[in-house]
Design a protein. Sequence first.
Length: 306
Amino acid sequence: MSHSRPHTPHGSQRGRLTSRCWRLLGALLWLGCGARFVFGAGEVLRNIEYAQVGTHSLKLDLYKPAQPKSSLLVFVHGGGWREGSKESMPLGALVQDGFAVASVNYRLSPEAQFPAQAHDIKAAIRFLRAQQKQLGVAAEHIVIVGASAGGHLAALVGVSNGNKALEGAVGTHTNQSSDVQGIVSLFGASDLTTILAQSTPQGRIFRAQALQLLLGGQPEEKTELAKLASPVTHVDAHSPPLLLIHGDADPQMPPAQSREFAAAYESAQRPVQLVLIPGAVHGGKPFYDAERIALMKAFLQKLAAD
């Protein structure tokens, strides 16, 4: 059976609308399989390969506002370290405000155990710095943002500037710095050695399975690896400014994780802001509403001004 466009009289309003619809469909098909998608305030460059590990291609999406600010945000998705994708990028409001965002895929725990995830994200940061002119972004000042497991990885990458065990050698730009200048962790883990004891019964079951995949064992069995994977153990006098946002009723990621992280920052006399959202659970709209976006924007503006 053949398919054709509905017939409309030439020059009619209906014909013009139909033509626009077909052009929109073409643009959407292009978006699904191509590299560039133009929108009102800028463009999205999709599926940019930043490194290869064996036959595995590591990719990111770059959201570029028409007039980008000086800070580049690197977003790390969640999914219990074992699932999720760069396609889930919830910071569109910040892109509209002028912040470029690179949303990064990394190797998930079923295919590679920790510290592969940190190695990949640091490789993405090095790539962005090396290719910033070609990509049309300013990548000297980078703020890393993550949610849930991505919040943990963002925090870990952020506080481990210069740590050789977490740096890795992924990618071809190992001469570039993977340092970041700020961290935003949304309902993320901070201490894998205490997380199970702090969890609800429901959260403990889920978290134990996820940690098994990530570490290749439970934290009490993989003590040194669990410490290496815990942002709190890396906090020092040089740790970049930190914004923590957590729901105080989170059944999956204990709010105590963010409290513990904030306490470590305070002990090191480093800038930290902890925001607990009353009644909020694990993720969802409360973390990306106008109030929280304003919090993040204020944090980013202060970093740029300092």
